[in-house]
Design a protein around this ligand. Structure first.
Ligand code: SF4
Length: 561
């Protein structure tokens, strides 16, 4: 067992309210809501309606912290709610056209569509959705079946009894920036449960603690992540109508062969498009800036012509768990399950995870229902969840791309060659099982950087601060920073010289600033800008930044994203 220190902002030795439920789900994303919905149905079938199921979410309102590229394979929702279309599941449109575009640095591009669209990027039969609307729809149904959902409750730490998870403690509120109590101080609650399900999204702070403490990643590849940056644009009506229902995935410029990633453009309505860029955080360049790559992507004529005359209406960023099957941690233990992005349910090759998240929640629900019926929520009982996964279409899908992401470790060209071999070898590729490296360990010294900044403007190539405005991010200003620097001396004694303080670049929300001529001791942390993407927690080369939850209700406000 790997004992790691736990970082929390909660006070010690304070009396707390206690709440007890049968099942507690931390996070109201698609995986946990699918789990709650399916579980409630299973409990009813077994005559266990008296069991209590509670979902907590740190967002002020459901969906506010849910960001997705949002093309959905319908296989997951079809299993969860067989009549999903007739019952009003929110879809923007069915995909009517898909293509891959390869951008060249000089401004030209090549388009591959029809028969030439790479098989992983074919999207006919899939749907463009707003995950934010999907989450609210799932939540309404779950509440209709008796699930309790509490938005605005941030889970700050896991309650343990040895290796058993007993529940969580929510974040204290009403602490001032210096940690002293304000008149509004309210200690967080202890919420105890027979089973706690962690569906906190990518790199959840509680799941991170749990994985480290119980060694859930032993024998697995290190998880590798990408940071995706996204905007929604309102564009001239005629062009939006032409693009409505279209899905473009984009490679080449600005990354070229240097790192893993690419962009997308989806026609989401007769007035709006959704565009974004994702880059792997194993990129070696110390000056890697996902937002700057996105700006360059928008400046390429292929994208610039699509957004010309339009205006940005929303902005957001999130990390994705790209490591695939061999990087998924153990999903269960005594009294807990991990689901969705938290457990690595993402098909990186197809850039899709909603259907896998829904399936993971459903499979966890089946194991939990069995465990509750037996009155035994030990790891042994909950092992049914990974067993069901191994026998499911979700495993088959992930097995076929098990080496996909790691094949790109040596660069784009080698990765594309291996990906082609994987297509004809059932996912094996050139090597039976590829390994990997934790992203923070791959950064090279800043003296080797080749990264160049884009030219910003006020209309199409906005800087980070302008974009943050469109994320709606807001936090109570007078609270302790939820971005903890473990050892501030490293920032100035080593990081400045070795890596050039990369936090000021990899954060897509301008949270970390190193003002010229300011106190040399210090990075300035604008915590209120934080969009909760977790890039800093993953990419800092010294693992010196710890993201913990702010007071409940703080964060971005993703609406219709
Ligand atoms: Fe993301 Fe960290 Fe920046 Fe917040 S501070 S937006 S979690 S990189």
């Amino acid at each position: 067992m790997n004992e790691k220190p736990q970082y929390t902002l909660n006070e010690r030795d304070v009396e707390r309210d206690e709440l007890e439920v049968d099942v507690l789900l931390v996070g109201a994303g698609p995986a946990n809501l699918a789990c709650a919905l399916h579980l409630q149905g299973l409990l009813k079938k077994r005559g266990l309606e008296d069991k209590t199921v509670l979902v907590l979410d740190k967002a002020e309102e459901l969906g506010h912290h849910t960001l997705s590229g949002a093309v959905m394979n319908p296989i997951g929702i079809s299993e969860l709610v067989p009549n999903w279309k007739a019952e009003g599941f929110p879809i923007e449109c069915e995909v009517t056209y898909d293509a891959m575009a390869w951008l060249r640095p000089g401004g030209k591009h090549h388009r591959f569509d029809g028969m030439l669209t790479p098989p992983q990027l074919k999207n006919h039969g899939n749907y463009i959705v707003s995950l934010n609307k999907v989450v609210r729809w799932l939540a309404e149904r779950a509440e209709g079946l008796g699930v309790d959902i509490y938005p605005g409750f941030a889970a700050a730490e896991v309650l343990y009894d040895g290796q058993r998870v007993l529940g969580v403690q929510t974040r204290d509120s009403g602490l001032a920036r210096d940690g002293s109590r304000k008149a509004t101080f309210e200690p967080g609650m202890n919420i105890r449960a027979g089973v706690t399900v962690f569906g906190e999204g990518t790199r959840g702070n509680l799941a991170k603690d749990l994985i480290g403490r119980l060694g859930l990643d032993q024998g697995k590849n290190p998880q590798t992540y990408g940071t995706g940056v996204k905007e929604i644009w309102e564009i001239p009506a005629q062009r939006a109508k032409e693009l409505y229902g279209s899905v473009f995935h984009v490679g080449g410029y600005p990354l070229g062969g240097d790192g893993y990633g690419g962009g997308w453009v989806y026609g989401i309505s007769e007035s709006h498009i959704n565009l974004g860029f994702v880059v792997g955080l194993d990129h070696h360049d110390a000056k890697l800036d996902p937002h700057a790559l996105f700006v360059k992507f928008k400046q390429h004529p292929f994208v610039a012509e699509l957004i010309a005359g339009g205006k940005v209406v929303r902005y957001g960023a999130k990390t994705l768990p790209e490591g695939g099957y061999f990087a998924m941690p153990r999903f269960v233990g005594d009294g807990f399950c991990l689901v969705g992005d938290t457990a690595g349910f993402l098909n990186t090759a197809t850039l899709k995870g909603i259907h896998l998240s829904i399936k993971s929640g459903m499979l966890a629900a089946e194991a939990i229902a069995e465990a509750l019926a037996a009155g035994d929520t030990s790891r042994e009982k909950l092992e049914l969840y990974p067993e069901l996964f191994e026998a499911s279409w979700a495993k088959q899908e992930l097995w076929k791309v098990r080496n996909f992401r790691q094949a790109f470790d040596g660069g784009m060209l080698g990765g594309m060659l291996d990906a082609a071999v994987q297509q004809v070898s059932g996912g094996r590729g050139l090597v039976r099982r590829r390994g990997g490296h934790a992203d923070h360990s791959t950064t090279r010294k800043v003296s080797e950087s080749r990264f160049s900044e884009p030219k910003y403007n006020d209309t199409t190539a906005m800087d980070k601060l302008t974009d943050v405005y469109f994320s709606g991010a807001i936090h109570e200003e007078d609270q302790p920073s939820h971005l903890l620097i473990r050892d501030p001396s490293i920032c100035v004694t080593r990081c400045t010289e070795e890596y050039g303080n990369p936090c000021q670049r990899f954060c897509p929300a301008a949270v970390y600033e190193w003002p010229q001529g300011a106190d040399p001791e210090g990075v300035q942390i604008n915590a209120s800008n934080c969009v909760h993407c977790k890039t800093c927690d993953i990419a800092d080369p010294y693992e010196n930044i710890e993201w913990v939850v702010p007071e409940g209700g703080g964060g971005p406000k993703y609406i219709d994203m």
